[in-house]
Design a protein around this ligand. Structure first.
Ligand SMILES: [Zn+2]
Length: 157
């Protein structure tokens, strides 16, 4: 499965809302996503968290890892495995019956892991919220979002 272009932007939005402590905005973002988009968001969050942790570790800063999260709080085993794999595996298998409640928990945990890794690098949460907000704004500018190819490539004259 591949991640749509909107997924990284959603992941930045969620990171921004978490860094700003805005749980109402988090909830709003989650509600506007469909099941497939939620899975894409989890993939994007896993990749971002992995990257942030790698950067923190390169800087010699200890930061939480996958095993520091309360995975048992995710009731659906398939969603739990998918979320862990989004962080740890190059080919995560999406759940066959995605449960919204567990996907939401998984998204929050991966976003938290990402946030913790970035904060471990010494960046204050307010700076982080501002950075992600700017990133979301930039990705909304016309012409910035790459078009998703939907058919045969257009031939240049
Ligand atoms: Zn569930």
């Amino acid at each position: 499965m591949t991640t749509g272009w909107g997924a990284p932007r959603d992941a930045y939005e969620l990171a921004r809302d978490m860094a700003a402590g805005d749980s109402a905005a988090e909830e709003l973002l989650w509600k506007r996503l469909g099941a497939r988009q939620r899975e894409g968001l989890i993939l994007a969050l896993g990749a971002q968290a992995r990257l942030a942790a790698a950067i923190a570790r390169t800087a010699g800063t200890p930061c939480p890892g996958l095993d520091d999260l309360p995975w048992d709080s995710i009731a659906c085993a398939e969603v739990r495995a998918f979320a862990r794999a989004a962080y740890a595996s190059p080919r995560p298998v999406p759940p066959r019956s995605p449960c919204g409640r567990c996907l939401r928990l998984a998204a929050g945990m991966l976003a938290g892991l990402h946030l913790a890794a970035v904060l471990a690098s010494g960046i204050p949460a307010e700076t982080l919220a501002g950075f992600f907000a700017a990133h979301v704004a930039r990705s909304r500018e016309p012409g910035h979002s790459p078009a998703v190819p939907s058919g045969p490539a257009v031939r240049e004259p």
